[in-house]
Design a protein around this ligand. Structure first.
Ligand code: SF4
Length: 75
């Protein structure tokens, strides 16, 4: 968790935000990135592309590494 916090602090400092690029998501499955989020910031309606709650997200980047389609990006 310490490493997550360090990365999150760095990302906050760089004014990064987590973006969902829905066009990259096939939207035909339960999003595997939801399980990887340590704070429950990702949710999904049916098989739609996931939504991020920016008030909860700590910008750790775990979900970015889980999505094989690159639909979650920190920039
Ligand atoms: S970057 Fe992704 S995994 Fe990390 S807190 Fe935000 S939504 Fe959750």
């Amino acid at each position: 968790m310490k490493e997550n916090n360090r990365i999150a602090n760095e990302n906050n400092k760089n004014n990064k935000t987590l973006k969902v690029i829905a066009a990259r998501c096939p939207q035909d499955h339960v999003c595997p990135a939801m399980r990887s989020c340590p704070v429950g910031a990702l949710s999904q309606d049916g098989f739609a592309a996931p939504r991020v709650d920016k008030d909860i997200c700590i910008l750790c980047g775990k979900c970015v590494r889980v999505c094989p389609m690159g639909a979650l990006v920190l920039e």
